[in-house]
Write a protein that binds this ligand. Structure first.
Ligand code: F6R
Length: 250
């Protein structure tokens, strides 16, 4: 695993955006696995900036997103489809038909999940998967205790995830209780993984995930077993890892 320590959130975003843009330049028709949440916002802003300068094109690129809330329409401001449109897709030249986000309104959620697995396989797999990490170590919506062998599935969100995501809704009561999410198996099948973390509140779980045992209780710990993982974090999120003796690049 390569670990890059950036001075702050802006530098972390720029470094991670660099890795994504290198992937797109190297293989313009690559499949990017994308994430939502607070952490990647700066990355998407940086990619949009480079696109507007003419340094980057996504005209042949395909994307698959990690997850979506059950019950939210793509037009709901807190849906992950809406997030992706407003933070990235509406501002770059990616073809709409090449962007894929699970449908939170699907009548048959199990079939929606199965179709998503078929879609990922049909695209030839994910070249680079971007991930954030939850305070409880979740990746996508794979919560502590979830089976590492799962592909895309329906998830019951934990109270801690609902509480963490309540900041985006008027109240915690409005946070959906279920989501559709890629499973650990989909993530581990990606050829490369880029995980981004920011802020002191992630320092403990980042240290646990990458210095502790691989355990279902800390889903991100499974990434220790992937052959090509890059972790990019700011100093606040990485300092406990550094204090534990893990070497990082500047
Ligand atoms: C988002 C996702 C989640 C987030 C995680 C961290 O698509 O799958 O696992 O990456 O909850 O969220 P932030 O970045 O808001 O701390």
């Amino acid at each position: 695993m390569r670990i890059y320590q950036a001075e702050d959130y802006k530098a972390m975003s720029r470094r991670a955006a660099n890795i994504i843009s290198a992937q797109v330049i190297y293989k313009p028709d690559c499949v990017l696995g994308l994430a939502t949440g607070g952490t990647p916002v700066g990355i998407y802003q940086q990619l949009v900036q480079w696109f507007k300068k003419g340094d980057l094109s996504f005209a042949e690129t395909k994307s698959v997103n990690l997850d979506e809330y059950v019950g939210l329409s793509p037009h709901h401001e807190q849906s992950y489809r809406y997030f992706m449109q407003s933070n990235l897709f509406d501002h770059i030249d990616i073809k709409p038909e090449n962007t894929h986000v699970l449908n939170g309104l699907a009548k048959d959620a199990a079939e929606e999940c199965a179709a998503y697995n078929r879609l990922i396989r049909g695209l030839g797999g994910i070249d680079l998967q971007l991930l954030g990490m939850g305070h409880n170590g979740h990746i996508a919506f794979n919560e502590p205790g979830d089976d590492f062998g799962l592909e895309t599935h329906v998830v019951n969100l934990t109270e801690s995830t609902i509480a963490a995501n309540a900041r985006f809704f008027a109240s915690a009561d409005e946070v959906p209780r279920h989501a559709l999410s890629m499973g650990i198996k989909n993530i581990m099948n990606a050829r490369r993984i880029l995980i981004v973390v920011s802020g002191e509140e992630k320092a403990d779980i980042v240290c646990q995930a990458f210095t502790g045992h691989v355990t279902k209780e800390v889903p991100a710990s499974i990434l220790q077993l992937h052959p090509d993982v890059t972790l990019v974090g700011d100093k606040a999120a990485l300092h406990k890892l550094v204090e534990a003796g893990v070497s990082v690049c500047g």
